[in-house]
Ligand binder design. Structure first.
Ligand SMILES: [Zn+2]
Length: 324
């Protein structure tokens, strides 16, 4: 770059003459101008950026904070699905195991941590509102889950020892699915598919091709095996301890099945069919306790997982029509 000239007045010549610098001084001058301009420009940039966005270190920290909050947000869904899982195990614990075994159910408030006293998560107040909210939410939900899982573990231990102590009685309890089949309809008020009016459906219906094996759901004695009105071919097993089960619309009975025959849980007792008044081949299955029909869904616990139990409940709730 051409160095611009500075002038000096030469009184001898009575005119302005350009000042000539030695070569190295000229270079130093040019260099200094560049350095100073650079420093001034950089300072300006930093000043503007800091004013608007924060220092580079602050920007990096903010980005990291946002990522951490996003990460915490995404754990919400995981925690919520775990909560659902634990809830379905708790439902099964109360509605199936404890109710059916005649044990006291565990009330909802015994399963969750007590509240009250000072805010146990006040330590998170030092963070920004967003961060503090999500941290408090996560911490309290995890504490809650931990407590529920511990209660559940104690409950299962208790059920196990109860089962061992009452082995004889429990072998007679209806406790398995009577066949491998899809649940079609639940217990309660349902529309009859043939008579077309609402009436009490005293059992549950499983879809099954004609001739599917039916198993005794608990140890007992055959009370009835024959034709009975709209039930078609009906099998009644008396399990003792107040329990009886009914298997209806059968196409036939297994060899040796007649009143007085002793059967064990899981033993083949008959075959599904389409006899009596029905809307197609299926098994109608009833559980009666002291003469009263009860919901057989709660008596499938020996071979039903919590997920299957929830699914059965869903199906039973949503289908307004029964098969018979
Ligand atoms: Zn039915």
């Amino acid at each position: 770059m051409k160095h611009s000239h500075h002038y000096i007045y030469d009184s001898d010549k009575c005119e302005f003459v350009p000042i000539t610098y030695p070569k190295h001084e000229e270079a130093v001058h040019t260099f200094s101008v560049w350095i100073i301009s650079g420093v001034v420009f950089a300072s300006l940039c930093i000043a503007i950026l800091s004013h608007n966005f924060g220092s580079p270190a602050e920007i990096a920290l903010k980005a990291e904070n946002n990522r951490l909050i996003e990460h915490l947000e995404s754990t919400r869904t995981v925690i919520q699905s775990l909560e659902q899982e634990v809830q379905s195990i708790a439902n099964m614990d109360n509605e199936m195991y404890r109710s059916v075994l005649g044990m006291e159910v565990i009330a909802e408030d015994e399963r969750v941590p007590g509240t009250g006293g000072a805010d146990p998560y006040a330590e998170f107040d030092v963070y920004s509102q967003d961060a503090s909210d999500i941290l408090k939410w996560t911490a309290s939900r995890l504490d809650n889950l931990e407590r529920r899982v511990n209660v559940q573990k104690m409950s299962f231990k208790e059920i196990q020892s109860y089962y061992n102590e009452n082995n004889e009685r429990l072998r007679h309890l209806p406790a398995i699915r009577p066949l491998h089949g899809v649940l079609l309809s639940g217990f309660g008020m349902r529309i009859h598919p043939v008579f077309r009016y609402k009436r009490m459906h005293e059992g549950i219906d499983f879809r099954a091709d004609i001739g599917t094996d039916i198993h005794a759901t608990g140890d007992g004695v055959v009370e009835f095996a024959g034709r009975r009105g709209t039930y078609g071919n009906l099998l009644i097993i008396d399990h003792g301890f107040g329990y009886k089960t009914r298997y209806a619309h059968l196409s036939g009975f297994a060899d040796g099945i007649r009143p007085g025959t002793r059967v064990e849980r899981g033993e083949l007792v008959g075959y599904t069919g389409n006899t009596g008044v029905t809307n197609g081949p299926h098994l109608h299955y009833e559980v009666r306790f002291n003469g009263q029909p009860v919901d057989p869904l709660n008596y499938l616990f020996a071979d039903t997982t919590p997920e299957e139990y929830m699914m059965y409940q869903e199906v039973a709730r949503n289908n307004p029509t029964s098969m018979d």
